[in-house]
Design a protein around this ligand. Structure first.
Ligand SMILES: *Cc1c(COP(=O)(O)O)cnc(C)c1O
Length: 396
């Protein structure tokens, strides 16, 4: 491939752009994972992750993609044939369900239209019906990366609580953690699943489980086979800052730096930044005269936006053209949304001018592709960025 000048714009909703600081932090010798320097690093990351998950309990780190942490959540807490209630929010919810089925779990899928989040009322109704308490877990994807829709986890928790049902609540936060507010403890989540390559600004290769006391108790009697994913085998050495097998040392250097960066900016500021960029992006989409896939404004995702193309226009053709002309990668339509939407990632290491560049590339690409748009999207987004800029005190 011939050289392309300037920076590639990687605006898919994960993997996200890895900041130079994180790249530099990883560019170091791999050290003895049974030595004192590693021990300090391990303790720092195991502790440093807790505020990001909003938990006081331990967080387990796997050298694996997010899919591994999905599997870990299920095999540690459930037994063969257990019934799991899942919510059809989109492609990632469907994949998690498929994985659960392969593990020998029985799943029930609450139907969804891929434009809304998990429906707390439907969950409540189904649990209330389950007088025999057969359902062992409710699984929800917090930020459905295929649709740009956020499920309201506190409402789901309240719905479960109203029924008094003992099912565990498991939440996939792979594309929301570190971008959108999330509180594992306060929201009463039993298992949180996360990954490294989205809001945490790392390369792919790490994934995480946070767990509640209730989930730990369930793990004592759960009988699905597990070895590599076993929480107890991980938690025991972790207490002293060690791992049961060779950890992904260099990714942990990067994780340490990413945690420092998130804490330095302040999580609330990180969330406010994402909220502002989410709103600006939606204004751009409306400015173009196009439609945001998410149908409920309470559920808009601030980490990505899925844009619906008018009938007769292939979203993948537009994406290919934008990559070719502007060196900008956008997310493809997944599953049943294939060809119908493209997704703009606005999460991770991202600022006003990255957004301006991204939206400019999209606007030019839509025009080049002959999609009937109004060339007012970028303008609307920039206006909002200016209006919503917090006043800073410049020296006079
Ligand atoms: C990216 C993503 C996954 C899959 O993670 P992998 O690292 O590709 O295994 C699962 N769920 C959600 C919500 C995601 O965004």
């Amino acid at each position: 491939m011939s050289h392309r000048a300037g920076r590639h714009f990687l605006q898919i909703p994960g993997p996200t752009n890895v900041p130079d600081r994180v790249l530099r932090a990883m560019d170091r010798p791999t050290i003895d994972h049974r030595g004192p320097d590693f021990n300090r690093l391990a303790r720092a990351v195991l502790d440093g992750l807790k505020p990001i998950f909003g938990t006081h309990h331990p967080v387990v780190i796997y050298p694996a993609s997010g899919t591994g942490a999905w599997e870990a959540a299920l095999v540690n807490t459930l037994s063969s044939g257990d019934l799991v209630l899942m919510c059809e929010t989109g492609h990632f919810a469907s994949l998690w369900r498929g994985l659960a089925e392969k593990l020998g779990l029985r799943t029930e899928f609450l139907p969804g239209d891929w434009r809304h989040g998990a429906d707390p009322a439907a969950i409540e109704a189904r649990l209330a019906e389950d007088t025999k308490r057969e359902i062992r877990a409710v699984c929800v994807v917090h930020n459905e990366t295929s649709t740009g829709v956020v499920s309201r986890i506190p409402d789901v928790r309240a719905a479960i609580d109203r029924t008094g049902h003992p099912a565990l609540l498991m939440v996939d936060t792979i594309s929301s953690l570190g971008s959108i507010p999330y509180r594992h403890d306060d929201w009463g989540v039993d298992v949180t699943v996360a990954g490294s390559q989205k809001g945490l600004m790392l390369p792919p290769g790490l994934s995480f489980n946070a767990m509640s006391q209730k989930a730990l108790v369930a793990s004592k009697t759960a009988t699905l086979p597990r070895a590599y994913w076993a929480w107890d085998a991980m938690l025991e050495p972790n207490r002293a800052g060690w791992f049961p097998y060779t950890p992904a040392t260099n990714l942990l250097y990067g994780l340490h730096e990413a945690i420092v960066m998130l804490m330095d900016e302040g999580l609330d500021n990180v969330f406010a930044r994402h909220a502002r960029h989410g709103e600006a992006t939606r204004r751009a989409v409306r400015g173009w005269g196009l439609e945001v896939l998410c149908a409920d404004p309470r559920e808009f995702s601030d980490s990505l936006t899925a844009v619906v193309l008018p009938e007769g226009h292939d979203a993948d053709r537009v994406r290919a053209l934008i990559l070719d002309h502007f060196d900008l990668s956008l997310g493809t339509g997944l599953g049943r949304l294939s060809g119908r939407v493209f997704r703009i990632g606005h999460l991770g290491d991202f600022n006003d001018l990255t957004l301006a560049g991204t939206l400019s590339g999209v606007e030019m690409g839509l025009a080049l592709a002959g999609v009937p748009i109004v060339r007012e999207g970028v303008r609307a987004a920039l206006d909002f960025l200016v209006e919503s800029k917090r006043p800073t005190s410049l020296p006079r």
